[in-house]
Unconditional design. Structure first.
Length: 177
């Protein structure tokens, strides 16, 4: 199930503005599909991406500095060139430290009138042991099967933090369409 969320961010506004300027979403022209890309939402750390021979896409993020940032977030997204069903197998192997470390993985679809969000993984940021927690390295995975309209921006959002003295947040996100 996808939860309907109406929240506008500067990134969403830029996507809408870019779509309007490029003729996407109106006037009978087809939207231009974009390739997958990773971006840090708060500009910290490094990111990387590569395509493997089997068609898998691998995206990495690495942030390992003490910071005043309460959390860090990354998006791996693209724009749909046409209406259609999207089937994506995904995995995230990561390390977000040891003390009160957490991760949230969401799948989103941004349309011109808002954003649909499905939370795929949400570990407890207020506990260090027990169910629904991570403590050190972690691995999650699954499959997303959803209809995406032409011109919509869609993808995955990874958010996390810890209360370690170092602040390490590292991950390798793999997807296969």
């Amino acid at each position: 199930m996808i939860q309907r969320v109406f929240r506008w961010s500067s990134a969403a506004a830029l996507v809408v503005a870019a779509a309007a300027l490029s003729g996407c979403g109106g006037g009978g022209s087809d939207p231009v599909a974009t390739d997958w890309a990773i971006v840090s939402l708060n500009g910290v750390g490094t990111t990387g991406q590569q395509t493997l021979m089997g068609g898998e896409r691998v995206f990495t993020y690495d942030y390992d500095e003490p910071s005043a940032e309460p959390e860090s977030a990354w998006e791996i997204a693209r724009v749909a060139g046409s209406d259609g069903s999207v089937l994506i197998d995904w995995t995230l192997d990561g390390f977000h430290g040891f003390f009160l470390d957490w991760v949230t993985i969401e799948f989103f679809v941004q349309r011109h009138r808002g954003e649909d969000v499905e939370v795929l993984v949400a570990t407890d940021p207020n506990a260090d042991d027990g169910p629904n927690t991570i403590d050190g390295p972690f691995s999650f995975g699954g499959t997303v099967d959803v209809f995406v309209p032409a011109g919509a921006r869609y993808g995955f959002r990874i958010t996390g933090a810890n209360f370690d003295s170092g602040g390490a947040l590292q991950g390798e996100f793999t997807l296969l369409e």
